[in-house]
Write a protein that binds this ligand. Sequence first.
Ligand code: ZN
Length: 277
Amino acid sequence: MRMAAIDHRAVGLASDRAWDIAEASGGAFGADPMEVLGRWDEFLAWAAADAPDGGDTYRSEDLTCPVPRPPQVFGIGLNYADHAGESAMEIPDDPLVFTKFPSCIAAPNAEVPLVAGNCDWEVELVVVIGRAGRDIAAGDVADHIAGFTVGQDVSERVGQFAGGVPQFSLGKSHRNFAPIGPAVVTLDELDDPWDLRLTCDLNGVRVQDSRTTYLINDVPRLITYLSSICELLPGDIIFTGTPSGVGMGMDPPQFLAAGDVIVSAVEGVGQITNRCV
Ligand code: ZN
């Protein structure tokens, strides 16, 4: 299943076609993607039996955010060894967790308004939670995942590292600093969901290129760790971390400028395109 949103209504995607979930289900499921995610197991069971084959053609620019109002947004820092190295920071024993406040969540094709400071790019695999849980066991992790999507963890570095005891969250929470999409893709759509190539192209130049198999804390570890502290809720999202190749790690450092186009992609999941303004 690939669930996306068009004009803020939940749709299923099949190649270049989309079908409206509320209409196809005769109203059994609502139009709000958050409502569908709140009944994800039930929705998948219905779709397995009754999802339509066809649908209407759509353009990628028609897509709106597939998870527009996540209850909680977890971000993970320093979760690829090569990125920790370029950041000149020690890899922590436990996952380094911050939040992107939910008001920065944006559509897969959203424009990113740059702010004062040093705005930087971070392509990431994003996990979408489909079933609530606390103290989730490693063996049960897949049952709690609705699917994966692509995320761009836009980060303003001056704010991120400001203060004697830096907190990452505000510098990563400006308007539209978390475009995600194009769809929530269930794990059965992926040949090997635990080893996916992720890339970021800036104005057509490849700046990040790695695989999720290099995650220091992999997805099962992140879910067991986070759920040992916080209850995970349907529609929560986890930005799992970025590999090397961000602007602050370049020599000299390079940051985003108006007109820049960022294309972030995860193998089998899709890609999102965001223009800086
Ligand atoms: Zn990040």
